[in-house]
Design a protein around this ligand. Structure first.
Ligand SMILES: Nc1ncnc2c1ncn2[C@@H]1O[C@H](COP(=O)(O)OP(=O)(O)OP(=O)(O)O)[C@@H](O)[C@H]1O
Length: 455
């Protein structure tokens, strides 16, 4: 059905739609794409099935929206599907056996690490955009957690938030199942959920790509690495399991970004480097890093894996829709679990806001051999609230309002607020915060990712 003249499909209520039953044979997957604003219901009727490594519970209804994914089965299954999806098909060729073999190879390293009191694998996933890096990170995380391990997963891709909003880099220990409906699952800001929440450690970068301001991005990657490496040292289970690092596609293009890859490898002491979807990247990474030292007694193994034929190229509009959905979820909760964000008005002088400076302009102004302190102070500029901030998000970080720009940059996020209105005459800001109560008396960062949106 379409709206007359507009050609727009009118979403049907899932209840009023007929359901379809699909029989999926062993080692095949049912791939689907569902637009934002539409819902797809999936129920596993018999057999076993998984979404990016996480098993579906029998007879439970899962609801997907604004995503593309695959329901894979090792031994065959029947699923019931209801909804208005954009595309769907059953694929008999998938790289799942290859991905599972990687998981078992990692398990062998973990078993050895248990015996030798050594280190579990630190895995870095590289590849161009939409090569399936995040999907592989989810699969490896889910398989490790299904094997009773506690993997630490790191998202270094600011365009997509992991358990938090975009513009961030974050890390979390996954000791329980991933919530397949919500990508990575829920964090405490989502409110009570059926699936146990994960507690991410979050840093705010505020830009979409690492290359836009390496002077902020690299130290933040270092901060994330320090916390991961500390956890790996202190927690026996985490040490043996190791960590899984997802990266932005942009760093896998072009030689100029190899320095950034090198930085990540050395900070996280990466021991397994997986490349997806690019022969050239695979061969250059192997030439540069295979056999190099990782930590004290290990060497780096570089692997080339196949990209899944199911990977969908997402355009910029799709990315923006995903980012808007993540933002809305942070403040308003999700479909089954709505939250009550708090609107309040504050005076201009209650906010200390640091704006990220365009690094291309600052690089030319830096003296050769300038100190890191100089670079850090040039990274942020303290600004007053202004109308151009309207609909932006500010990250509140665990740094005092008069701390140095370096301390502000390196501090982890304690929460986000959304600027609804700026009244320059009255010098007041109307803002939305996830909880009621006084705003923390802390420094705030204003970036351009996620982009301003009225939520
Ligand atoms: N087997 C599959 N079937 C259907 N969709 C899939 C499959 N694998 C991945 N996708 C989808 O393809 C898109 C790209 O995959 P993914 O996010 O894993 O790539 P990426 O390399 O991390 O991308 P980016 O570099 O942009 O972050 C996602 O929407 C993902 O859900």
């Amino acid at each position: 059905m379409a709206l007359p003249g507009l050609g727009l499909a009118v979403p049907l209520e899932p209840e009023s739609q007929p359901s379809t039953i699909y029989e999926i044979e062993e080692r095949m997957e049912w791939r689907f794409e569902i637009a934002f604003g539409l819902e797809l219901e999936v129920k596993l009727l018999s057999g076993n099935a998984e979404v990016f490594g996480t098993e579906l519970a029998p007879k439970q209804t899962y609801i997907f929206t604004g995503t593309s994914a695959a329901i894979y089965t090792w031994h065959g299954c029947r699923i019931e599907v209801k909804g208005d999806f954009q595309s769907q098909y059953i694929a008999d060729e998938t790289p799942m056996t290859m991905y599972t073999n990687l998981h078992f190879a990692l398990e062998r390293i973990r078993e050895q690490a248990t015996v030798n009191m050594g280190q579990g694998p630190r895995i870095l996933i590289l590849g161009p955009s939409d090569a399936g890096k995040t999907s592989l990170a989810k699969i490896l995380t889910a398989y490790a957690s299904r094997a009773g391990r506690q993997p630490i997963t790191v998202n270094l891709d600011p365009r997509e938030g992991m358990l938090t909003i975009p513009g961030t880099i974050s890390t979390a220990a996954f000791s329980s199942v991933i919530d397949v409906e919500q990508g990575w699952g829920s964090s405490p800001t989502n409110g009570p959920t059926q699936v146990p929440v994960k507690l991410p450690l979050v840093y705010y970068y505020g830009l979409a790509n690492p290359e836009e301001n390496p002077d902020v991005y690299k130290p933040l990657a270092t901060r994330a690495a320090l916390s991961v490496m500390n956890r790996l040292q202190e927690d026996e289970e985490a040490r043996v399991t190791g960590c899984i690092i997802d990266t932005p596609g942009s760093i896998s293009y072009g030689k100029r970004n190899y320095e950034l890859i090198h930085h990540i490898i050395s900070e996280f002491s990466v021991s397994v480097l997986v490349t997806l979807g690019s022969e050239r990247l695979a061969s250059e990474m192997a030439r540069k890093f295979h056999g190099q030292k990782a930590g004290t007694s290990e060497t780096i193994t570089v692997l080339k894996l196949d990209k899944s034929g199911g990977c969908v190229d997402r355009d910029i509009e799709h990315m923006h829709q995903t980012q808007r959905a993540q933002l809305r979820e942070y403040f308003h909760g999700e479909r089954t679990n709505s939250l009550s964000p708090h609107t309040q008005q504050v005076d201009f002088d209650q906010l200390t806001i640091f704006k990220i400076v365009d690094s291309s302009a600052l690089l030319s102004s830096l003296l050769p051999g300038g100190e890191e302190e100089d670079a850090a102070s040039a990274i942020y500029e303290q600004v007053m609230p202004s109308p151009e901030m309207q609909n932006s998000v500010l990250a509140i970080v665990d740094a005092e309002r008069n701390d140095s720009p370096q301390s502000v940059r390196d501090a982890n996020v304690i929460g986000f607020i959304h600027i609804s209105e700026v009244d320059e005459k009255k010098k007041k800001v109307k803002l939305l915060s996830p909880a009621s109560g006084r705003l923390p008396n802390k420094a705030m960062i204003w970036g351009t990712c996620p982009e301003p949106v009225d939520i």
